[in-house]
Write a protein that binds this ligand. Structure first.
Ligand SMILES: [Zn+2]
Length: 619
């Protein structure tokens, strides 16, 4: 939401320097190739050539053409690193999609236990999703398609004169699919099906594959690199929402809608490249494009269509990923939530292609944010932007400290890294950011009252920030969209499965819930005693109900959080005390779990301070 920041936040918080840094490194390809691209009618050749211009070129010259702008803060050594990086990675065909990652478990197999703080947040969000009206959400889509428009449009950023309109509807598609998988609420299922049907009617009426709450003229401006408010940001939400309706909401119609939409945008991007240049396309990516690369990689994983892979590559924003690829500490003044989703997309690129560069990019990025741009809450950014990594303490004077959308996306980054590495530190991060940066953004049990950015400074209050609390029908900020998704997937990332000879499970969050572990043939229930100042321990109990007699063993790995202490930590399996590894690792227990088993954890809780990274002050 750069435009918003420039117009409103600048004067309030930082003056005119609030504008974020653009990533305007324009790749300069050979003139010969550019000329040939313009005149060629050979689409296959063009497609092949375009693939050579991504950040995976076997051709060293193509890589150099994507060079980051040396006028930025890259050192001479980093510029050299850029040049030699791909000398180490010349045989791209050697990459194979990696295997052995932990697998997410079906959301429908996880139930949050009634009355727990997480279940209350989920139910509050469910109420909000049920309060929203399908005709009102569809209003601008129908208007754009030239269809009758019953009802009235919503307000805030969904209003009929706001260029971001439609973004929340995309989030609603995702949130309702996730919530339905978690709760199987029939009324919600009816709403989300009606929404997909209504959107499909709009797409059919337009007839080109285009589907949006605003006209195509927005993309004309995007492609001219003139002002427009992030049309691809909104399209990403619609595409991701429809994909979630297909993969989680079990609606096959939604996939057809996505592929038709992507056909339309594929042609648009190819038209820009053939009418102008690839440079022009990359220049347009200075505008926020959300997770376009991520959703296109996801689509490719479903369709196997190389066209989808190519289009995903074209949204990888090389001038930003390149900075991470050479491990430059250069996040300052980038708009945070424009760029975190691009890293999430890069992570999907690694998962699908096996290109290790994108694993390194994500690992470095996470480390950089954590060591140079994060607060003790796990949140990042100030006024939506990363600032001087040496002066993080200055940020907390601002009432607009960490944006909820950034936390939502950083959770995705850490989730991928945990699944890849099984390192407890990424699960620790997930817990910290989820607890502080997600659970905190609802106002009690008021449906549809959420916050945009969390103020962290002394004497500040969520009720007295620039945005303060939103309202159910007249704000619809970006963080409302990510907020309704976050509270719909609170059952996610508690449990992960590992492929192997015997069923193996990782339990990484202590959240009161039950999990119907199908491969382990057991219903596992974890109950967390709400922490209180009178009890210096986090207490968690696990019980087991075998769903089938197999006589086979299975393995459970319990996270021992880094915030606890070995002194006083205890694990009991029935009457037996289990030896515990150090905090920051996993307790592994293998056995034939029976209905009489009970495993309890007692983890010491202490209050401590953490220095703000790169500063002397503490928070
Ligand atoms: Zn936001």
């Amino acid at each position: 939401m750069k435009a918003f920041v420039c117009l409103f936040m600048a004067l309030m918080v930082y003056g005119c320097d609030a504008a974020s840094k653009e990533c305007a490194d324009i790749p300069t390809q050979s003139h010969t190739l550019r000329a040939e691209l313009l005149v060629s009618k050979n689409q296959t050749w063009k497609n092949d050539l375009m693939q050579q211009y991504q950040l995976k070129p076997a051709d060293e010259l193509a890589w150099q053409d994507l060079h980051p702008n040396p006028k930025r803060s890259l050192s001479e050594q980093q510029v050299k690193d850029w040049d030699i990086m791909y000398k180490k990675v010349t045989n791209t065909s050697a990459f194979k999609p990696p295997v052995g990652f932990l697998k997410e478990v079906p959301l429908g197999d996880v139930k949050l236990l009634e009355g727990s703080i997480h279940a209350v947040g989920q139910q509050t969000n469910l109420q909000y999703l049920l309060m929203l009206d399908v005709d009102r959400m569809l209003w601008s889509f129908r208007s754009t398609a030239g269809l009758p428009t019953p009802g009235t449009p919503y307000g805030g950023w969904e209003a009929a004169n706001i260029e971001l309109r439609g973004h929340f509807v995309g989030h609603y598609l995702s949130a309702s699919a996730l919530m339905w998988a978690s709760t199987k609420n029939d009324i919600l299922k009816g709403k989300m099906t009606a929404l997909v049907d209504g959107l499909s009617a709009c797409q059919q009426k337009i007839g080109t594959g285009y589907l949006s709450a605003f006209p195509t003229e927005f993309f004309d401006r995007f492609e001219r690199v003139t002002f427009v408010w992030a049309p691809y940001y909104t399209i990403h939400k619609i595409l991701a929402g429809l994909l979630d309706q297909y993969t989680i909401g079990e609606n096959p119609q939604a996939l057809k809608m996505v592929t038709w939409m992507v056909d339309y945008f594929y042609n648009r991007v190819m038209n820009v490249i053939s009418q102008f240049t690839l440079t022009r396309h990359y220049e347009s990516l200075n505008e926020e494009t959300g997770g376009m690369n991520d959703v296109l990689y996801r689509l490719y994983s479903l369709t196997g269509d190389s066209k989808h892979l190519l289009l995903a590559h074209l949204f990888d924003k090389p001038c930003f990923i390149g900075v991470l690829a050479v491990q430059a500490n250069d996040l300052a003044n980038f708009h945070a939530n424009t760029h975190i989703p691009i890293v999430v997309g890069a992570q999907m690129r690694y998962e699908l292609t096996g290109d290790p560069l994108y694993k390194d990019v994500a690992t470095f990025f996470m480390d950089l944010v954590n060591t140079s741009h994060s607060y003790a809450t796990g949140g990042t950014s100030v006024g939506e932007i990363w600032r001087n990594p040496k002066r993080i303490a200055d940020n907390i004077k601002s009432p607009e400290t960490e944006e909820s959308c950034s936390t939502y996306n950083m959770l995705k980054v850490s989730r991928h890294l945990f699944r890849w590495t099984k390192e407890a530190t990424y699960a620790d991060y997930y817990e910290r950011a989820l607890t502080n940066g997600v659970l905190s953004i609802q106002r009690g049990t008021d449906p549809g009252v959420m916050i945009y950015m969390l103020p962290l400074g002394l004497g500040l209050s969520k009720a007295k920030t620039y945005h303060s609390w939103g309202t159910p029908f007249d704000t619809f900020w970006c963080c409302y969209g990510t907020g309704i998704e976050s509270f719909s997937k609170l059952g996610d990332s508690i449990y992960f499965e590992e492929d192997g000879k015997s069923p193996t499970l990782y339990i990484i969050q202590y959240i009161s819930s039950s999990f119907n572990w199908k491969s382990g043939k057991v219903l596992l229930t974890q109950t967390v005693v709400p922490s209180s100042s009178s009890d210096p321990f986090l207490r968690v109990t696990f019980t087991f109900s075998p769903t089938e007699k197999t006589g086979a063993s299975s393995t459970l790995n319990f996270r021992l959080p880094s915030w606890t202490h070995a002194d006083g930590a205890k694990a009991m399996l029935n009457t037996e005390t289990l030896p515990l590894p150090a905090p920051g690792s996993f307790l592994t227990v293998t056995r034939q779990w029976s209905a009489s088993d009970k495993l309890t954890l007692q983890l010491p809780l202490t209050i401590r301070t953490e220095a703000i990274k790169g500063s002397f002050a503490k928070i």
